[in-house]
Write a protein that binds this ligand. Sequence first.
Ligand code: PSU
Ligand code: MN
Length: 307
Amino acid sequence: MKDYNEYLKISNLVQEALDNNQPIVALESTIIAHGMPYPDNIETALEVERIIASYGVIPATIGIINGKIVVGLDRDEIEYLGKSKNVLKASRRDLPVILSKGYDAATTVSATMICAELAGIKIFVTGGIGGVHRGGEDTLDVSADLTELAQTNVAVVCAGAKSILDIGLTLEKLETLGVPVLGYKTINFPAFYNKNSGFRCDYEMDTTEEIAKAMIVKWNLGLKGGIVIANPIPNEHEIDSDYINEAIKTALLEASKLNIKGKETTPYLLGKIKSITGNRSLVANIELVYNNARIGAEISRDYNRLR
Ligand code: PSU
Ligand code: MN
């Protein structure tokens, strides 16, 4: 295997876990730097790590500091990424320049998957994956998360895709790319802020063990790419879909007036929806990530035991 040490800094705790075959869960940093406001972002990031650790699983939050991929960011590094205004948003296409120039960056789902795979981590917990944006059939604004899922061997636990996206087109694209979309205890594909997007997952999986088995089979067969594990937001934190869709519509309209494009789109929409809903969307976002952390930790334990 190629040696990536020049580009990677793996924390002692994560390295120890790798050496001892302990279960590990990767976490992204774009949600910290660009997805949530300070200081909720930092509190959330640290709490997610605590939840995962409470299952006896090692959390590995991933980001880029001074041009090095850090797998297992420490508290100060998480604080820095969550506070500083100069943190870039890194997807697959950004990695070569950010590393060669020595920049600081938060990693999106796509970049986090790449870094997790380099470090040997098979499971990754986030809030929601990127997807085909509304109007994507004209703008071609399709998140690099989708093509990453087609080629990088990491399973991603999420609460579905946000309804700021075109969920139908997102699922079509995942089908074409050969990415299994598995619903945890549900066949309904969740829409981030609520449990049901009106679209269906490919399969319902009733236990984390079943999910771990599917991961093992997929990669044993040499089928490259990830798996989407869709875990709906808990009942008590769901936001009424008519209400949230109104907020999303307003945010989309505002974004188009301001001509917001490319990698700015998702952070702008999340911020705008938060202010329209008076923080309700943020609370839902935080709670669904916690919920994903619990399931991700369990899957990681089962995968580790069964592989
Ligand atoms: N989902 C969230 N919050 C986020 C993101 C997704 O709830 O901050 C981030 C993820 O890092 C995801 C990225 O990979 O947004 C997608 O950005 P884009 O649509 O520009 O590909
Ligand atoms: Mn985009």
